[in-house]
Design a protein around this ligand. Structure first.
Ligand code: NAX
Length: 332
């Protein structure tokens, strides 16, 4: 039998955590043959609730789940983990300034970076989900210098999947027949959902471009983009809580594709450390189209960008540059 993989989920007593841990224990993250040991971290006020989640995991009798560590001790939570999914963070509350929220998260991600660096398994892969996701991931990278930058990412797969979902509804084709949408930039309302390279596989087997099939540039350049950008707010309005099952599912998609690889000819969106590709400033965590092979992502190169897209890529990069400056100002 395969050795179990240790998977850390921080903020595990929260809503995304509650949706995510059973997916991991069922093999959605790493496949149906890979045993896992779950490490769950939360803060002391949530300790009792975290223990309740642990009880439910026991009660669910998952065949693949070989152990559960539920703790409020960061070092214990990080010890030996191969994959870290960082969902815990400080939410923005009514009346709080952006700088105050940033400051709280910077200190959380700085501390957790050090704990991962000291205690995680070599080559641990890190996914940051908690907002501001790109900038939290950047802080984590800065304060865990011994973790290779290739191993630190943030979640924009939910936005990617939302874009696929919108195209699927519009064209009345199944979501699995659509591929190669792109989310560029920040996991925020400045993100740019780009369909210019996306295709649909028709029943005949032929691949056609989404732009050609939709045949409505006004919709693609307007309502489609704003719907994807604002989808999180629409879910809150409808559910009174923010996206949780879709966020958990997207986190599994992100890690699964990263570890097991993307299908030939298909790319996905991941927030990764910019190397200056597409003239995105180096040193930001920015969402790019990536393919994955042998546990490593690489940015898809050579895609054409029209003027409309260029502006959108720059706008979201500017926001990330500002967030980075704000995060650094919280450090001093
Ligand atoms: P919840 O408030 O339900 O859960 C967060 C949990 O984190 C709580 O149990 C809290 O006690 C815990 N926590 C707080 N500080 C912690 C710390 N220092 N260490 C460990 N745990 C800590 O939020 P939930 O709805 O689960 O969302 C979690 C995060 O995901 C939020 O930051 C949210 O903004 C972000 N999201 C990111 C998405 C993405 O696509 N990147 C989409 C969904 C979601 O909005």
């Amino acid at each position: 039998a395969q050795n179990p993989v240790r998977v850390l989920v921080t903020g595990a007593a929260g809503q995304i955590g509650y949706a995510l841990v059973p997916m991991i224990a069922r093999g959605v993250l790493l496949g149906p043959n890979q045993p896992v040991i779950l490490h769950m971290l939360d803060i002391p006020p949530a300790a009792e609730s975290l223990n309740g989640v642990k009880m439910e995991l026991v009660d669910a009798a998952f065949p693949l789940l070989k152990g559960v560590v539920a703790t409020t001790d960061v070092a214990e939570a990080c010890t030996g983990v191969n994959i870290a999914i960082m969902v815990g963070g400080f939410p923005r509350k009514e009346g709080m300034e952006r700088k105050d929220v940033m400051s709280k998260n910077v200190s959380i991600y700085k501390a957790q970076a050090s704990a991962l660096e000291k205690h995680a398994a070599a080559n641990c892969k890190v996914l940051v989900v908690a907002n501001p996701a790109n900038t939290n991931a950047l802080i984590l990278k800065e304060f865990a210098p011994s973790i290779p930058e290739k191993n630190i990412s943030c979640l924009t797969r939910l936005d990617h999947n939302r874009a696929l979902g919108q195209i699927s509804e519009r064209l009345n084709v199944h979501v699995s027949e659509i591929k190669n949408v792109i989310i560029w930039g920040n996991h925020s309302s400045t993100q740019y959902p780009d369909v210019n390279h996306a295709t649909v596989k028709l029943p005949s087997g032929e691949e056609k471009s989404v732009r050609e099939l939709v045949a409505d540039d006004a919709w693609l350049n307007g309502e489609f983009i704003s719907t994807v950008q604002q989808r999180g707010a629409a879910i809150i309005k409808a559910r009174k809580f923010s996206s949780a099952l879709s966020a958990a599912s997207a986190a599994c998609d992100h890690i699964r594709d990263w570890v097991l690889g993307t299908p030939e000819g298909t790319w996905v969106s991941m927030g990764v450390y910019s190397d200056g590709s597409y003239n995105v400033p180096a040193g930001l965590i920015y969402s790019f189209p990536v393919t994955c092979q042998n546990g490593e992502w690489s940015i898809v190169q050579g895609l054409s960008l029209d003027e409309f897209s260029r502006k959108k890529l720059d706008l979201t990069a500017e926001e990330l540059t500002e967030e980075k400056a704000l995060a650094y100002s919280c450090l001093s």
